[in-house]
Design a protein around this ligand. Structure first.
Ligand SMILES: Nc1nc2c(ncn2[C@@H]2O[C@H](COP(=O)(O)OP(=O)(O)OP(=O)(O)O)[C@@H](O)[C@H]2O)c(=O)[nH]1
Ligand SMILES: [Mg+2]
Length: 461
């Protein structure tokens, strides 16, 4: 089990007259949606043994609802009148960030069911899509977006127009924006991309939250403190940060790390300075933190108090690295769900009174066919070099309910070259079988029914 070391810092805790809070948070269990895959028959995946049971009365509650398998039924549910509670609350959340920062992984984890495609290749998400979380009287609408990219890169990689415009469009409908940064990427983690800064500057009135993702990949967690300082320009929630860390080892209690983030209020409030302290468990194995003796030592201190606070000029993004208007910061590992529940609770708290947009039975606005295409494409992206997935056209030939209630899907993957066909099929059909098997398993977890998925590969005539 992952060590429960992660922590969250909430600037809101340190309001000028706000109370001091010591926050100790624990990680959550690894998500179960990545089920183990059984062996498959060549070119197809048969019905899977022991599918998850469809709830007798799917709807609101602790389990996210399944997606309807028929396009018509799904459209009826999505367009149907929401089952408004007496005092509904709602929050539309746009998730933006560089390609591959983990936006779709986080969206899936928040939803509790995988409905968005995820892969290690960039530009997995091709257009914006909505996920819906309904919890008691609150509805969160998550807008997963394609990674923010520049028109030049979009042209070079022949990306569809929607990939440039959709993240911006999603901001128009958002009440709050989560900005994801992949902290494991040495090249990009020290600054927000120009596109992210442009997007934030264009919508400065939308509250923004910084989410540092993939912290599980960091050997030295201490660098998070420096990153926070750079990505926020040392200012969060209108106050300057004074980031300091202390590592403490107490032989009578489990070893733990205490990270201290102190906020310095604006000059007029300085007399009421209120620190916000965070406490975490000891960093994971591999961390460079020294806990070998009964010591209390200050390992690093990033004091931003003395630094001149530059006013943020909109349109001046080229010279900037961070955004000084974040209202909060989270550090998490979306892949294994670490601290995702903490973020979810926070988002639920941010919801404002307002009518729900969807019925509580809606999990995503994507149609069943879109979900299926995306999931199959995800596998092709995951296992093949980029030139192959980019050339594949997916044609669904059959989508019908079988005699035992299973969903039968036959999809033809049309490729431009014979060499691509051979790569996609793999030796003795091993790769295409694996793709069908894994996609079938994912679809079963989305639709909560047996799936018979058959994939064919054809060269474009
Ligand atoms: N180790 C680790 N990997 C992660 C984490 N979150 C996401 N990933 C991986 O990062 C890769 C990209 O994840 P996606 O969710 O597809 O990223 P994205 O931002 O939606 O990417 P685009 O749609 O291409 O913009 C995948 O291989 C994920 O498994 C994390 O917290 N830890
Ligand atoms: Mg994505």
């Amino acid at each position: 089990m992952a060590a429960p070391w992660l922590q969250r810092w909430r600037g809101a805790y340190a309001g000028p007259s706000g109370p001091l809070r010591l926050v100790r948070l624990h990680g959550v269990q690894r998500s179960s949606w990545r089920a183990a895959h059984a062996a498959a028959g060549a070119f197809g995946a048969g019905p899977h043994p022991g599918p998850p049971q469809r709830a007798a009365n799917p709807g609101p509650g602790p389990h996210p609802p399944p997606v309807a398998t028929s396009r018509e039924k799904h459209a009826r549910i999505v367009q149907g009148r929401p089952d408004q509670p007496a005092e509904p609350k709602v929050l539309r959340i746009s998730i933006i960030g560089a390609p591959n920062s983990g936006k779709s992984t986080l969206s899936n984890q928040l939803l509790g069911r995988k409905v968005f495609p995820v892969s290690k290749k960039v530009h997995t998400t091709r257009c914006k899509a909505r996920g819906v979380i309904t919890h008691e009287d609150t509805q969160l609408i998550i807008l997963d977006t394609p990674g923010l990219t520049s028109p030049m890169k979009a042209k070079r990689h022949k990306l569809e127009a929607a990939m440039l415009t959709d993240p911006w469009d999603s901001m128009k409908h958002a009440d709050l924006v989560l900005v994801l940064v992949d902290v494991s990427d040495h090249w990009t983690r020290n600054s927000l991309s120009l596109e992210v800064l442009k997007c934030l500057s264009q919508f400065p009135h939308i509250p923004s939250v910084l989410v540092l993702n993939k912290v599980d990949l960091l050997k030295k967690k201490i660098i998070l403190l420096g990153l926070i300082n750079e990505l926020t320009e040392g200012i969060v929630n209108g106050k300057k940060l004074k980031v300091r860390s202390e590592f403490e080892y107490n032989s009578s209690s489990p070893a733990k790390t205490v990270l201290k983030v102190t906020q310095t209020p604006p000059p007029e409030n300085r007399a009421r300075e209120s620190p916000c302290q965070l406490e975490t468990d000891k960093a994971q194995e591999g961390s460079s933190l020294d806990n070998s003796s009964d010591v209390k030592a200050s390992e690093s201190s990033l004091d931003t108090e003395a630094r001149e606070q530059k006013p943020y000029k909109y349109g001046d993004q080229k010279n900037r690295k961070g955004w000084p208007h974040f209202q909060d910061i989270f550090m998490l590992a979306a892949l294994n769900g670490e601290e995702v529940d903490t973020l979810k609770q926070y988002l639920l708290m941010q919801a404002k009174p307002g009518p729900w947009e969807f019925h509580s039975r809606v999990l995503t606005s994507q149609s069943p066919h879109e979900i299926c295409d995306n999931i199959i494409r995800e596998k092709i992206l995951e296992y093949l070099p980029l030139e192959v997935p980019y050339g594949v056209t997916q044609v669904t030939e059959l989508w019908e309910e079988g005699p035992s209630g299973e969903l039968i899907i036959v999809q033809n993957l049309v490729v431009p070259r014979k060499s691509h066909k051979l790569m996609l099929i793999g030796r003795r059909g091993a790769l295409i079988s694996r793709i069908a098997q894994e996609a079938g398993q994912d679809l079963m977890n989305i639709f909560l029914c047996d799936i018979r998925l058959k994939l064919k590969v054809e060269v474009k005539s």
